[in-house]
Design a protein around this ligand. Structure first.
Ligand code: MEV
Length: 337
């Protein structure tokens, strides 16, 4: 059996605009998805995923000719979860040139599904890593990122950037612009995450932004403004000492840009009342800045605050179901003992 894990991520800036070739800066965080894979001696796939839906699920499929799930899995999050695991299995079979390989797969994740923390990317990256290692064909983090991107692209009907999968595969802070993906230096920023207990539908939210862009020139300008904001944020990060504690000036400037980014995302229609309420609770508690993270529509916000005030305020905010501090994760995908 091989066990691999990959981290979730928050977007410091740039989600949605990255789909249109603008730059984005996601940061890997110490909340991981762990995927255990064991090769079977037939071509079936058995997936057990206690954390990918509210009730968890086990599903077995394949070996009957069509390669698709042959049990009737529930809709919604379970379907989404199985689709990502299925796409990861296909990528691993293809990479190892083993089209008939069967696997027992167990997914455990501390990253809420569809909440903007890169849960699907982490599951796909860790799943491809564990399955290809089981088949004796390990891939580099960059190869894993590319395979995981193709898996997400298939599941999300072509509406995916490389940002989530690259960040989960290599860890740390990264910069993604089109197919140019690389790690960048960044100090360990004091991220606080607030979670409303919900999830957004990435495909629908991305499609909504596409429609707005097509309908209104000023929506296209809004997407470009996010790109300009990210470029400015990058120059701010580049001037910072990655080995030192972030200075007050750095946090104030990054926070200001996060607030601005949230406003632009809100204008593009991807925020929600619960996300806005958590953002405002964080700002009123003295956070340097706060914004939604990921596709939006529900799920998580990320705030910047080195004091305990934002965590405390979010804990007493009706819309917030969970709050935690998120350390930057220096490791991307890795094998677990
Ligand atoms: C979703 O985590 C981030 C989006 O920018 C979509 C993508 O980049 O694939 C909304």
């Amino acid at each position: 059996m091989t066990v691999s894990s990959a981290p979730g991520k928050v977007y410091l800036f740039g989600e949605h605009a990255v789909v249109y070739g603008e730059p984005a800066v996601p940061c890997a965080i110490e909340r991981r998805a762990t995927v255990s894979v064991e090769v079977r001696d037939d071509s079936r796939v058995r997936v057990t995923a206690p954390d990918l839906s509210l009730d968890g699920f086990t599903v077995e499929y394949g070996g009957d000719g069509d390669g698709r799930p042959d049990v009737n899995v529930a809709k919604g999050l379970v379907e989404a979860g199985i689709a990502y695991v299925d796409a990861a299995v296909e990528q691993a079979r293809d990479a190892a040139d083993a089209p008939d390989a069967g696997f027992d797969v167990t997914v455990e994740s501390a990253i809420p599904l569809g909440a903007g923390l890169g849960s699907s990317a982490a599951v796909v990256v860790a799943g491809i890593d564990a399955a290809t290692r089981e088949l004796g064909h390990p891939l580099s983090p960059e190869e894993l990122a590319e395979r995981a991107y193709r898996a997400e692209y298939d599941v999300q009907d072509g509406q995916a950037s490389r940002a989530d999968t690259f960040c989960c595969a290599v860890g740390g802070a990264v910069r993604v612009e089109g197919d140019d993906c690389r790690r960048i230096d960044a100090p360990n920023l004091p991220f606080v995450v607030g979670f409303d207990g919900g999830a957004g539908d990435t495909g629908k939210l991305v499609a909504g932004v596409r429609e707005l862009r097509e309908e209104y020139g000023f929506a296209a300008d809004t997407v470009e403004s996010i790109g300009d904001l990210v470029r400015h944020g990058e120059s701010v990060l580049a001037d910072a000492d990655p080995a030192a504690e972030p200075t007050d000036e750095l946090l104030a400037e990054l926070g200001r840009l996060m607030d601005f980014d949230h406003g632009l995302l809100e204008a593009l229609g991807v925020s929600s009342r619960t996300l806005d309420n958590m953002v405002w609770a964080a700002r009123e508690a003295g956070a340097h800045g706060a914004k939604l993270t990921g596709a939006g529509g529900g799920g998580c916000i990320v705030a910047l605050d080195e004091t305990p005030e934002t965590e405390t305020a979010l804990r007493y905010t009706a819309e917030c179901q969970d709050v935690f501090r998120a350390e930057l994760a220096p490791d991307g995908v890795r094998v677990e003992e």
